[in-house]
Write a protein that binds this ligand. Structure first.
Ligand code: PMP
Ligand code: GLU
Length: 388
C-alpha cells in the first residue's frame, strides 16, 4: 500500500459533497430525485454579477492579482464589514481566498499547532474537524443540548476549555441546525473566550439568511478585546448564489492575516481574478435581491416545517436562519442507513447527521422549490409510515 501523509490519511471525505454529487448524478440519469441535500442556493447568480465577470474577461482582468485579493475588492469587503456588521477592518487586514472554506482552513492552519485543541460545538459543519486534523491539532467537540436549542452555553464552553485550547469555532446561523445566537448569548461566550484567552473563528457565511427580527451580530463587533481575538469569515456563496465562483474572505489582526497571506502565496496564490470582479459587483450593489431571496427561503422554511409537523415520528428544531431543517429521525435507526434508504427507495436526497456529529439526525435542505418540498416531504411521510 502506498504510504500517505499521516495527517491526510486521517481526513474523511465530505458527506455533504458526496451525497450532493450522487443526487446530481441520479438526476442526470433521468431519475426524479428530490434534492434536499443541497448546500447551496438554488437561485441563479444575479445578472449584474455575471455582467461584471464578462466585463472582467473582456477588459483583460485575467492575470494574477495580489495573492490576498485585489485592493478594490478588499476595500469593498472592509466597507461591507463596517456597514453590515459594525466591524472596523482595514483592507490590509483582509485576505480573500477561494471560498469561506479556504479562509477557515487557512485561519486554522495559521493559528493552530500540533497538540492544540479546537472547540467545535456539535452539531457542526462537516469540514471543521477535518481542517483541525490537517493542522495537526485536535477537535474537541462540545455536544449542545436540545433544551438549549442546540446552542453552546457559556458554562459548557468554559468546562471544555483546557490549557491546550487555542480556538473556538462559532457558526451562526448554523449549518446544519439553522440556530442563530442572540447578541446576549454571544456576549456571554465572548466573556469566556477573553477570560480564558482563546481565539474565535466566526463563520458568518449564512449572515444574510435570518428569519427573525433580531439583527445579526458578529461576535467581533461586541467590543475591542474580542475584536482582537477574532477571525471573521464570510463570503459571497450563500448571500449572492455564487457557490461556484469560489470567493470568501477572512478578516482579523494584521499579524495573523500576514501569515494567512504567506500561506496563500505558496499554495493557491490569488483567487480567480474574474470572480473577484464579480464579487466586487455583488458587494457594491443594493441588497434588494438578497432580501427577496431571504423572503423566499423563509416561506419555504414555513412550508417545510408545517409539512413535517404532519409526520409524528419526526421532530425538529425550528431554524431561525440558513436553509436547513435539522430533524430527529432516530426512531428509524442509524441515520446513515436511513439517508441511504430514503434515497434508494424514495429518490429523496438527504444528508445524515453523523457527519455533523449528530447521530440519529437528518438534514433537509429547503433550497428547492415549494413544489419539490411538497413532493419530497410527501415521499418521506410515505416512507416513515411504512417503516415504523
Ligand atoms: N461554512 C459553512 C457553515 C458552510 O455551510 C459553507 C458551505 N459550503 C462554508 C462555510 C463554505 O462556503 P464557501 O467555501 O462556498 O464560501
Ligand atoms: N456547505 C454546504 C453543505 O454543507 C456545501 C457543501 C460543502 O462544502 O460542504 O452542504
Amino acid at each position: 500500500m502506498t504510504r500517505i501523509n499521516s495527517r491526510i490519511r486521517t481526513v474523511l471525505g465530505s458527506t455533504t459533497l458526496a451525497i450532493t454529487a450522487r443526487a446530481k448524478a441520479l438526476k442526470a440519469e433521468g431519475k426524479d430525485v428530490v434534492n434536499f441535500a443541497a448546500g447551496e442556493p438554488d437561485f441563479d447568480t444575479p445578472d449584474h454579477i455575471k455582467t461584471a465577470a464578462v466585463e472582467a474577461i473582456n477588459t483583460g482582468f485575467t492575470k494574477y492579482t495580489p495573492s490576498s485579493g485585489a485592493e478594490d475588492l478588499r476595500l469593498a469587503i472592509a466597507a461591507k464589514l463596517k456597514r453590515d456588521n459594525g466591524l472596523d477592518y482595514k483592507a490590509g487586514e483582509i485576505v480573500v481566498g477561494c471560498g469561506a472554506k479556504h479562509a477557515i482552513f487557512n485561519a486554522i492552519m495559521v493559528l493552530c499547532d500540533e497538540g492544540d485543541e479546537v472547540i467545535i460545538p456539535a452539531p457542526y459543519w462537516v469540514s471543521y474537524p477535518e481542517m483541525v486534523k490537517l493542522a495537526g491539532a485536535t477537535p474537541k467537540f462540545v455536544m449542545t443540548r436540545r433544551e438549549d436549542g442546540l446552542r453552546i452555553t457559556p458554562q459548557a464552553l468554559e468546562k471544555a476549555i483546557t490549557p491546550k485550547t487555542r480556538v473556538l469555532i462559532l457558526n451562526s446561523p448554523s449549518n446544519p441546525t439553522g440556530m442563530v445566537y442572540s447578541r446576549k448569548e454571544l456576549e456571554a461566550i465572548a466573556q469566556v473566550c477573553l477570560k480564558k484567552d482563546i481565539w474565535v473563528i466566526s463563520d458568518d457565511i449564512y449572515e444574510k439568511l435570518i428569519y427573525t427580527n433580531e439583527p445579526f451580530t458578529s461576535i467581533g463587533s461586541l467590543n475591542k478585546d474580542i475584536f482582537q481575538r477574532t477571525i471573521t469569515v464570510n463570503g459571497v456563496s450563500k448571500a449572492y448564489a455564487m457557490t461556484g465562483w469560489r470567493i470568501g474572505y477572512a478578516a482579523g489582526p494584521a499579524e495573523v492575516m500576514g501569515y494567512m497571506k504567506n500561506l496563500q502565496d505558496h499554495s493557491t496564490s490569488n483567487p480567480t481574478s474574474i470572480s473577484q470582479k464579480a464579487s466586487l459587483a455583488a458587494l457594491n450593489a443594493p441588497e434588494d435581491g438578497v432580501k427577496k431571496m431571504c423572503q423566499t427561503f423563509k416561506a419555504r422554511r414555513d412550508l417545510m416545517t408545517s409539512l413535517v409537523d404532519g409526520i409524528p415520528q419526526i421532530s425538529y428544531i425550528k431554524p431561525d436562519g440558513a436553509f436547513y431543517l435539522f430533524c430527529d429521525f432516530s426512531k428509524f435507526g442509524p441515520c446513515a442507513d436511513v439517508a441511504k434508504r430514503i434515497l434508494d427507495e424514495m429518490s429523496v436526497a438527504v444528508i445524515p447527521g453523523d457527519g455533523f456529529g449528530a447521530e440519529g439526525w437528518i438534514r433537509l435542505s429547503f433550497s428547492t422549490s415549494e413544489e419539490r418540498i411538497r413532493e419530497g416531504i410527501n415521499r418521506i411521510r410515505t416512507w416513515a409510515g411504512k417503516n415504523i
